[in-house]
Design a protein around this ligand. Structure first.
Ligand code: SIN
Ligand code: CO
Length: 381
């Protein structure tokens, strides 16, 4: 499926990724939503699932935000227009959405976040705003009128509702009406406003980009946990003219001490692999462990095995080593398992026959069995 229109993934990355918006008409023609509006509302009523309801009051240009979990009467008491329900990470709960996510594998999986699903009746929107992340907005049901503006906005350009961050004075430079199957790519920072023209469902395939603050604080926590401490030394201390002064070379030593904490390439790589695959959701599952034979028998019989949507896989390959990361854990593997690992980390649904094509069958099944017992996979019901 070439859902990037006439562009190859490489051309898309070169010309559009993080650079400019792209409208792709009939990117996913005849795409059937694996979730209905009622099922979406049902998810928004569940504990542990992040959801928001945004209502617009047109007469005074004000916006109201409520967080889930909701109750049924929250939906039955809504007006006929001007609201929008958003549910985060719906792919964690609807397996077919993980397969949709796999279509975006031309971007490294560690950059992929999740699929947010929104439902809105006529005139529903979340207001004009901008996001810090790349997004593909796939129109799944009904039509949405998207308006965008590539102007650089500042903090003063937003309305006072702090949590919502809605642009006070947004004027569109470009607009399009998206029909089912159409998709709009937006790089970070492009202001956008999508208004439902009729009952409308939109999937936001969102990406993640760690911020400097996030990396620093996560690395510091990790460093506190694992690293042996080290104290400043100054055997060559020179007599100073004034004892109040902090010398330039002392400041330099302090910076060097901090930088030395990230100087070991292998250690830093391992930390990043664990950090970026960490599972932030920890859903409870009722799955029992299986012994090796029972697992292999069931995999063969079922033909398929699914990875839970919240379980992230990635790997790092250097000259002699293969580091495989799953949900914040690390495994050292033999390089012979590289093609298997490439398959596992790019697909949420494993095909038994396909899986056995990657090198030694026994060691492939042993690894997948181990990951199954660690709670990464489940069989179809
Ligand atoms: C929506 O689906 O209504 C909003 C998605 C977005 O603007 O990021
Ligand atoms: Co947005």
């Amino acid at each position: 499926m070439n859902f990037l229109g006439n562009l190859s993934p490489a051309d898309f990355l070169k010309q559009y990724w993080q650079k400019k918006p792209l409208l792709i008409k009939q990117s996913f023609p005849n795409y059937q939503s694996p979730i209905t509006a009622e099922e979406l509302a049902g998810l928004a009523c569940e504990e542990g699932i992040e959801s928001r309801l945004i209502q617009e009051r047109v007469k005074d240009n004000s916006w109201q935000l409520q967080h889930g979990p909701f109750q049924e009467h929250d939906f039955t008491s809504l007006p006929k227009s001007h609201w929008s329900l958003l549910v985060q990470a719906v792919n964690h709960h609807i397996p077919a959405l993980n397969q949709l996510l796999d279509e975006f594998n031309f971007v490294p999986v560690w950059r992929v976040d999740d699929i947010m699903v929104s439902y809105a009746p006529v005139n529903g929107s979340v207001g004009p705003h901008l996001d810090n992340y790349d997004v593909f907005l796939l129109q799944v049901q009904g039509r949405r009128h998207w308006h965008i503006n590539e102007h650089d906005y500042t903090e003063d350009d937003f309305l006072d509702e702090l949590e919502l961050k809605i642009l006070a004075d947004f004027k569109a430079e470009q607009d399009w009406i998206l029909e089912p199957g159409d998709m709009l790519y937006l790089p970070p920072g492009v202001a956008h406003h999508g208004i439902a023209l009729d009952d409308c469902m939109t999937f936001s395939v969102g990406f993640r980009a760690p911020s400097k603050k996030e990396l620093l604080s996560a690395y510091t926590v990790n460093f506190n946990d694992v690293a042996k401490d080290q104290f400043y030394t100054d055997q060559d201390l020179q007599l100073q003219d004034s004892s109040g002064e902090i010398k330039t070379e002392h400041i330099r030593s302090m910076r060097e001490m901090i930088l030395s904490a990230v100087s070991d390439d292998a250690e830093f790589a391992s930390w990043f692999g664990r950090f970026i695959t960490e599972d932030m959701n920890h859903y409870e599952t009722e799955q029992n462990e299986l012994d090796n034979d029972a697992f292999k028998k069931q995999f063969k019989q079922n033909g398929y095995l699914n990875r839970y949507g919240n379980i992230r896989f990635s790997y790092i390959e250097d000259h002699e080593n293969l580091k495989f990361f799953y949900a914040g854990n690390e495994l050292q593997l033999a390089l012979e398992q590289l093609s298997l690992i490439q398959y596992l980390s790019s697909q949420h649904r494993l095909d038994y026959i396909e899986t056995l094509k990657f090198g030694n069958e026994e060691s492939a099944l042993d690894l997948i069995h181990k990951l199954y017992n660690a709670g990464c996979f489940y069989f179809d019901e």
